[in-house]
Design a protein around this ligand. Structure first.
Ligand code: BDP
Length: 613
């Protein structure tokens, strides 16, 4: 799905701001038809934001079910004869949108966009009432999964099997935009190059190849010619072609590289028979290749070593709401610490984040929201599930939702040069009978949707190389390991031996590149210890240093993502003190001692693997 944009044939109006807001305490709003009149409420709520922490009200924070948003929207009067679209960048986890009481869009899945053509319901220059009902429930039929129980006194409670707070609401922008009646519906760009791109900064002598495919929609779509132009970053035309698909060459191409996010733009134009432009859409792209060869991970044919973090969209007050200022700050801290990459743990991040990563050359492992598909965590999350795969837990319904989140992620992010790996799940049970039957079709689907990028899933500690039965279906091995934290707590010497032995066993068995996608220790900022005790700043630094020594000795290790970039909110539990404290930065983005240590290690690396120590 294309990101909406302003352009010569399109206009975009942001609907972000304050909405009337009402909590549907009895979940009766749909039955009572709340969409048919103004909401009876004095509350107001910001979009984008999670609503949970905005009010000083526990009942709102803990509510399970529907909340309602409403505002008046005016359609620009110049949009006569245009199609009018309503687009949500996300609504977590499910939503129904109404225009003057008429249902125009419905979507399940909290982290991907959806939209509706509302032309027939509105008139240019006129106003309409936009009502959005948003549901935060997680069940067996959702990704991520969860289950809802009822207390003796009738309160509904949400359980889920993932370690981050179930923030909900309209987390990203809502927009109203216009397109012509015949319009560019989709563009897919894939790239390569021939020749020698030369070393970074020395200029290039390569020719870029750009394969493109355009989908045009609308009644007379098939009759109208399509042409494309490639513009370089300065806006100069460097290539052009006719037709809805084809290949164009960019002479002396400037590659998209880690740390140097050079972007071109493919301007797609639908023209009428007189050569007048009917619709125009500019799709940015970068020319780069990604490849797994043996135990190496190559970007533009060069071995790449990932440094960075698993992250979260998580901030004080706004929760998972997107904020430009917080985003720029987070990227600035990534740069400061010397990170060249991150993983969108554990769900697709805002499209603004992906665009920023493209522009700044930050490499991304792009993850679906499939987290918590693992009955082995039953004790940790008190879910009681005994077996993962089957009608009780990860069922056919879960699989259908999983297929949907993969398809929507690839549809949204396929043109981002920053994305180099699709991660289709975090820590699913991968040793139980049924895991292979579950994952084989999902791996195949991901490859069908995008044959150009390596795929993987993130392996959990319990399912090491001797137990796992699905890793051969994937291209890279991504591991979350907590030797020295959940295991060998406080005993880094034993942890070091166990970690190295396991990494060598994976290499022996699969011979694929490995990325440590999580390793970390909870750390209270300001807690110090002479003896490197767990929870102290000294322990966090020593823990990370131990992992780094091991990575440097294991040739198949191609990357390290510390868990986590910053402290983040979680559900209540005896394992968490005001959230998860494994951040290198605190929740308000102050560096712990570990952040300084990481900076010393990463800043000089220049995307290359460090020498063994
Ligand atoms: C892993 C999960 C991550 C948790 C982390 C932890 O992938 O979401 O936050 O452990 O325990 O199991 O800190």
């Amino acid at each position: 799905m294309l990101k909406p944009q302003n352009g010569p044939t399109r206009e975009l109006v942001s609907l972000d701001g304050l909405f009337a807001f009402k909590v549907d305490s009895d979940n009766a709003g749909l039955r009572e038809g709340w969409q048919n009149a103004r909401l009876d409420t004095a509350l107001e709520m910001a979009v984008p934001a999670s609503y949970n922490d905005v009010f000083a009200d526990k009942a709102i924070r803990d509510h399970v079910g529907w909340v309602w948003y409403e505002r008046e929207v005016r359609v620009p009067r110049g949009w006569v004869g245009e199609r009018v679209w309503l687009r949500f960048e996300s609504a977590t986890h499910g939503a129904k949108a109404f225009v003057d009481g008429v249902l125009v869009a419905e979507h399940q899945g909290g982290y991907t966009p959806f939209e509706a053509d509302i032309t027939e319901h509105v008139s240019p220059g006129g106003a309409f009432r936009l009502t959005v009902a948003v549901n935060n429930e997680l069940t067996q039929a959702t990704i991520p999964p969860g289950n809802i129980t009822e207390t003796d006194d009738g309160r509904r409670q949400q359980q889920y099997m993932h370690d981050f707070y179930n923030y909900a609401g309209i987390h990203r922008s809502i927009s109203l935009y216009s397109t012509p009646a015949v319009y560019v519906e989709d563009v897919v760009v894939t790239t390569g190059f021939e020749g020698d791109p030369g070393a970074a900064g020395t200029g290039t002598i390569a020719t870029g190849t750009v394969d493109y495919a355009v989908v045009v929609a609308g009644e007379t779509a098939g009759l109208l010619p399509v042409r494309v132009r490639v513009l370089n970053a300065s806006g100069a035309e460097v290539a052009a072609a006719d037709g809805i698909s084809g290949t164009v060459a960019i002479p002396d191409v400037e590659l998209w590289q880690p740390g140097k996010g050079y972007l071109y733009s493919l301007v797609v134009e639908v023209v009428d028979l007189d050569g007048q432009v009917v619709d125009s859409y500019a799709q940015t792209f970068g020319v780069r290749t990604v490849e797994v060869r043996g135990t190496e991970f190559l970007i533009n044919g060069e071995p790449f070593y990932f440094t960075g973090f698993g992250m979260h969209e998580d901030h004080v007050t706004i929760g998972k709401g997107h904020s430009h200022a917080q985003m720029v700050n987070d990227f600035s801290l990534l740069e400061w610490v010397g990170a060249n990459s991150f993983r969108t743990s554990h769900y697709p991040y805002s499209e603004e984040v992906m665009d920023y990563a493209d522009r700044h050359g930050i490499v991304v492992i792009d993850e679906t929201p499939a987290v918590g598909l693992n009955a082995d965590f039953a004790g940790f999350f008190s879910t009681g599930a005994k077996k993962t795969y089957g009608p009780e837990f990860v069922s056919d319904e879960t699989a259908a939702a999983h297929r949907q989140v993969i398809a929507e992620l690839v549809a949204r992010d396929k043109n981002h040069p920053s994305v180099v790996i699709w991660s289709i799940a975090n820590e699913p049970q991968s040793s139980e009978q049924g895991a292979r039957e579950y994952f084989e079709p999902l791996a195949r689907l991901t490859r069908e949707l995008d044959p150009t990028r390596p795929i993987g899933f993130v392996n959990v500690m319990f399912d090491g190389p001797d137990k796992d039965i699905i890793t051969d279906l994937f291209d890279v091995i991504m591991l979350n390991r907590y030797y020295g934290w959940y295991l060998n707590t406080g005993d880094l010497a034993s942890a070091e031996k166990a970690l190295e032995a396991e990494l060598l066993a994976w290499t022996e068995k699969h011979g694929k590149p490995m990325i440590m996608t999580e390793y970390g220790a909870d750390t209270m900022p300001g807690l110090h210890s002479l003896y490197e005790q767990p929870w102290s700043e000294e322990y966090q630094s020593a823990f990370l240093d131990m992992y780094h020594r091991v990575f440097d000795r294991v040739p198949a290790m191609v990357g390290e993502h510390v868990w986590n970039f910053a402290d983040f909110a979680t559900s209540n539990g005896i394992m968490r003190v005001d959230g998860n404290k494994k951040g290198a930065f605190t929740r308000d983005r102050r560096p712990k001692a570990a952040a300084h240590a990481l900076r010393r290690r990463w800043a000089p690396l220049n995307n290359k693997k460090p020498q063994a120590r």
